[in-house]
Ligand binder design. Structure first.
Ligand SMILES: NC(=O)c1ccc[n+]([C@@H]2O[C@H](COP(=O)([O-])OP(=O)(O)OC[C@H]3O[C@@H](n4cnc5c(N)ncnc54)[C@H](OP(=O)(O)O)[C@@H]3O)[C@@H](O)[C@H]2O)c1
Length: 262
């Protein structure tokens, strides 16, 4: 695959683009369309060009606008290209909605997350009408920025949207409690606090990567009548796990609802 064009160049597009550039993808093969001047500036800074319909032949379009803008943006692509191959990153919107706009459209969906920027992305992929060769190219593209998982049923993407697309934000949210307490402990030294949080998370990642069994990892930290046990006991009494699972459920449900809204 040579030329790719991001239609919508905000948070997720920029994460993917940065990840691709870091992986060695040539900037001259990446194009964008975006109406937001701040995002335009950020994209130009990355060395990628604005798409000019007449000049550039695009192999794959990546639709990366908010759900409310998706059908309008999609139709704009159709005006530029009569046989487009489009990968939609848009949460919720089902492929049958896009297919209602024309016959010659190759469409598939991908649900990535912002960790793609560091080559640590997780992208769930659902193919609706891409030909095998094009699908393989898209898979290879997303493999440059992390791992991929292929789903056979489109409604499974809702779960990946709620858990993986949104996933980083839940961890950032939990880390805010650490940040607050650590800032007190470190006399407001933000740099130090950032270092501590980074090592905490990297260490957790390395432990999970090496040891895999989460219960074993918990018991390796928690000793009888110790501090961890006290913390875990309080979490259990306050049903933290249930609250967290409820949050995931709400996000997954919301992904399904978006589909009916636009
Ligand atoms: N952010 C994530 O972590 C994440 C993860 C997985 C999937 N997604 C999905 O990716 C999509 C984009 O999310 P995002 O967070 O990247 O959104 P975003 O930061 O708002 O970026 C979207 C960009 O597209 C522009 N745009 C919208 N309609 C346009 C049009 N017709 N022509 C030209 N530019 C247009 C927007 O301009 P304006 O600012 O002027 O509207 C904005 O710059 C969403 O559907 C979301 O569900 C996001």
């Amino acid at each position: 695959m040579k030329n790719i064009a991001f239609f919508g160049g905000g948070n997720i597009a920029q994460s993917i683009i940065k990840g691709l550039i870091n992986s060695g993808y040539c900037t001259k093969n990446i194009f964008f369309v975006d109406r937001n001047s701040n995002n335009q500036k950020a994209l130009k800074k990355l060395g990628i060009k604005k798409l000019s319909g007449a000049k550039h032949k695009i192999d794959i379009y990546i639709l990366a606008v908010k759900p409310k803008d998706a059908t309008a943006a999609f139709q704009t692509i159709l005006k530029k290209d009569t046989k487009p191959k489009i990968v939609s990153l848009v949460a919720g919107l089902k492929t049958k909605r896009y297919k209602s706009f024309g016959k010659n459209i190759e469409i598939m969906r991908a649900m990535p997350n912002t960790s793609s920027k560091y080559g640590l992305g997780i992208t769930a992929i659902y193919n609706s009408s891409f030909k095998q060769r094009d699908l393989s190219r898209v898979i290879k593209l997303f493999e440059k920025i992390g791992i991929i998982i292929t789903v056979k049923k489109e409604n499974k993407l809702d779960a990946f949207t709620g858990m993986i697309g949104s996933g980083p934000a839940y961890f950032f949210y939990l880390l805010k409690s650490y940040e607050k307490r650590l800032l007190e402990l470190c006399n407001g030294n933000k740099k130090k606090v950032n270092e501590i949080i980074v090592n905490l998370i990297k260490g957790v990642g390395a432990s999970v990567e090496n040891d895999k069994d989460l219960d074993k990892l918990i018991s390796a930290v928690a000793s009888k009548k110790g501090t961890t046990e006290a913390g875990l006991k309080s979490f259990k009494e306050n049903k933290l796990k249930k609250v967290f699972e409820k949050g995931l459920k709400a996000a997954i449900k919301r992904s399904g609802e978006i589909s009916n809204e636009y």
